[in-house]
Design a protein around this ligand. Sequence first.
Ligand code: HEC
Ligand code: HEC
Length: 311
Amino acid sequence: MKRLPTALALALLGSGLLQAAAYATDAPSAPPKSEINAAVGTGATFTPPPESSIPNDEFGKMVKLGRDIMLDTPKYAKAYVGNTLSCVNCHTDAGRMAGSSPLWAAYVNYPAYRSKNKKVNTYEERIQGCFMYSQNGKAPPLGSETLVALESYSYWLAKGLPTGEKVAGRGYPEIAEPAQAPDYVRGQKVYDAKCAICHGADGQGQYVGGETVFPPLWGDKSFNWGAGMGSYKNAAKFIYANMPYGMSYSLTPQEAWDVAYFMDAHERPQDPRWQGSVAATRAKFHDTKFSLYGIRVNGKLLGDTGAPKTR
Ligand code: HEC
Ligand code: HEC
């Protein structure tokens, strides 16, 4: 996965077809879409240092490796990745973009207690989580080159930010509650009109020469059921602020909720915390309104795919 939208993405963005679809929902007072990105509306004032200032020494080498892992995770952290996603697919602009869960805002907020695993997590432990669930892989050992590199890169990005303070731009911007309950059929309409052109009609993404050009949104090559993006609230927030790519905030909040629900109502790799049955796994880890795991949608029990595949 490359940093910038590929030539293909640019061509698509330039095509009247996609623009027409995306601009149809424009509020009259909204700034031109070409000038807004996820950072707008987060109140973020921090700018991480430019890549050209990565030092030319041993530490700088580790920072660069961290950046490379962000941009092409299946290549640079192969042993720990079980899908075709890269960190940058969800933490855009190599983890720099405010409103796209930027690494600089994360870095200064660890160690922190997480209810997900009921303990105080170091920054490295937090990243292990994204490998296990978002990357459908396994946790790199603490102190491994992979985690040291990602931590070095994040530390370098966060230069000058105070620790332990609220940082504007962290995570995803809040999204208004949907006026109507999120709905699969409405979500599918949004998907077909505004997402399928890049992510594919079947949600499986697009590849050129084995490299991910547009990442998959569900199915075997996507994030697993344990991932943060599997909460359709998280997904709605991410999508609202970041998608369609290059057209932040062009969807209405309702459209973002509907399409997030639609995306998360599809099958994906089993939750690695599998408890032997869908019901038990739902009861222990998915007992929230925003997880469709263990819920029947269109007659299909989501998550009912048996024990996780061992890697
Ligand atoms: C112009 C092409 C394009 C369109 C249209 C588009 N996306 Fe994306 N999407 C991308 C790219 C490229 C990435 C990866 C971003 C990166 O690596 O910087 C991405 C990433 C994502 C991700 C996170 C990674 C993953 O695979 O889970 C989600 C979720 C997502 N898009 C959902 C959507 C939804 C929903 C829509 C429609 C509302 C949409 N996208 C429209 C290009 C597009
Ligand atoms: C499928 C999308 C996806 C992928 C791929 C992904 N993440 Fe995440 N990541 C998330 C979501 C969702 C969150 C939770 C965001 C939130 O709630 O603010 C998150 C949270 C994080 C956080 C904590 C953020 C904070 O502010 O506390 C870090 C650090 C992180 N990810 C690093 C990584 C790294 C490094 C990789 C690649 C090895 C990666 N992520 C891959 C979706 C993803």
